[in-house]
Design a protein around this ligand. Structure first.
Ligand SMILES: Cc1cc2nc3c(=O)[nH]c(=O)nc-3n(C[C@H](O)[C@H](O)[C@H](O)COP(=O)(O)OP(=O)(O)OC[C@H]3O[C@@H](n4cnc5c(N)ncnc54)[C@H](O)[C@@H]3O)c2cc1C
Length: 413
């Protein structure tokens, strides 16, 4: 009987599945199939140090190709899977090859949302930021003095804005919502991030959408905004979110919602098919969620690897995330969906702040801004179920790391 594990998607999560299986001592044959022509690499630096040119691509690879060979992991990097045949347990690749699997893992990630072509989304000079190729194209046009229009005030748009300013470009960022980071953070955090961008010369227009891009000979030269104004642009970066790559799963009849539905073991509605990372939807605190973060991609992948070897260790997400913009380091622990109150704490170092989220008086998440102590403490409190009292958080002289240590010790006693 075929016992090959086939992993579709050679990214953060696919790599973590294979690495964990080998770390667990599992020696079954593994084939990892990608579509970027590159071994698995880290994406977070793409919109940060790789885009500025501070690091070379080689440093983003998780492992050199030799490592995969030594571990018996067969990499097929330029031949995407186009079909899953669940009856015969085969995947079919674009070049026609068929590969049998015992178990299959889908780690296909997500794709950036694009602007509709009716408003100029496919003009030359319109970019997204998802993979190395996108960033190589961008690096060629990000020259000092040029004018970039960024559509979307989420993490990708804001990080791109910070890079562009640091390279000496003129930046106008549009956010359709009433404030940047509206989907993912409280207004306290948006206010802090906005202030940093304004201080660094980013022009921000919130509550302003894009009506259409203006072109000349097929190339973008500007835009008409929702308030009727017109702006010029040498190029455009679109950061308006992503959609899960769940088409293969959907076409093969697996259960799919906002992503491929999996249980706490990473299993889809077919017991020999698993999914993890940006493409997978699962139940968390009574909600159906899909997380787009390194933490989730790795931890869920490791849960899948354990399940494949017959272990039963349910995924218990401890979400965390980070974003770098100018000299602002934002670190987030927890998942703030459903919060009904926030509390802002000044940290001990100048400029350090943290925003604490509560739901029915239960602490659920923290955004730490240049405040690693708040991040580390908040993350630990969430892991241990410690609910910090308001007077503790409001006491700015109190060392939160010390507090967490003593709260941990007294709960263990
Ligand atoms: C620019 C950028 C910055 C980020 N910054 C941060 C950050 O600061 N902190 C953080 O926590 N997270 C960050 N993230 C998110 C994080 O990188 C992702 O959550 C993580 O990469 C998800 O891993 P994944 O394996 O699910 O998907 P991916 O890493 O995207 O890998 C999926 C792979 O599958 C391939 N694929 C899809 N369909 C097929 C197919 N049919 N056949 C073969 N291959 C296929 C895709 O092309 C891709 O190579 C960032 C993401 C981006 C894009």
């Amino acid at each position: 009987m075929e016992n090959r594990l086939v992993i579709v998607g050679a990214g953060q999560s696919g790599f973590a599945v294979a690495a964990k299986l080998r770390a667990l001592g599992d020696q079954r044959p593994i084939t990892m199939i990608g579509d970027e022509g590159l071994p698995p690499y880290q994406r977070p630096p793409l919109s940060k140090t790789y885009l500025t040119g501070a690091v070379e691509f080689g440093s983003l690879l998780f492992r050199p190709e030799d490592w995969f060979r030594e571990k018996g992991i067969d990499l097929r990097l330029s031949n995407p899977v186009e079909e899953i045949d669940r009856q015969t347990k085969h995947v079919v690749m674009r070049k026609g090859d068929k590969l049998a699997f015992g178990d299959l893992v889908l780690t296909t990630g997500a794709s950036p949302r694009r602007l509709p072509s009716a408003i100029g989304g496919d003009l030359d000079g319109v970019y997204v930021v998802r993979d190395k190729r996108d960033c190589d194209l961008l690096r060629r046009v990000m020259h000092p003095g040029r004018r970039v229009l960024i559509v979307g005030g989420g993490y990708i748009g804001l990080e791109a804005a910070a890079v562009a300013r640091s390279l000496g470009l003129k930046v106008l960022l549009l956010e359709l919502g009433t404030r940047i980071l509206q989907r993912v953070a409280a207004s306290d955090t948006s206010d802090i991030v906005r202030a940093v961008h304004l201080a660094n010369g980013v022009e921000l227009r919130e509550d302003t959408g894009l009506r259409m891009l203006i072109s000349d000979k097929g190339r973008v030269v500007g835009a008409e905004l929702s308030d009727g104004s017109r702006v010029t642009a040498d190029f455009v970066i679109v950061g308006i979110g992503v959609v899960p790559n769940d088409q293969l799963a959907r076409a093969s009849g697996l259960a799919v919602g906002n992503g491929i539905s999996v249980d706490e073991y990473g299993r889809t509605s077919d017991p020999s098919i698993f999914a993890a990372g940006d493409c997978a939807e699962f139940s968390y605190r009574g909600m159906s969620v899909r997380l787009e973060s390194v933490q989730n991609a790795v931890d869920q992948a490791e849960t899948v690897a354990t399940s494949i070897t017959g272990g039963r260790a349910p995924y218990q997400p401890q979400p965390w995330f980070w974003s770098d913009q100018f000299d602002l380091k934002l670190q987030i622990a927890g998942y703030n969906a459903g919060y009904d109150r926030t509390l802002v704490r000044n940290g001990q170092r100048p400029g350090a702040k943290s925003v604490w989220y509560f739901q029915q008086e239960q602490f659920i998440a923290v955004d730490a801004i240049n405040d690693p102590k708040a991040f580390v403490s908040g993350k630990r409190m969430l892991a241990l179920g410690i609910n910090p009292p308001e007077e503790i958080l409001e006491n700015e002289a109190l060392d939160l790391v010390e507090y967490t240590r003593s709260a941990t010790a007294s709960s263990a006693a």
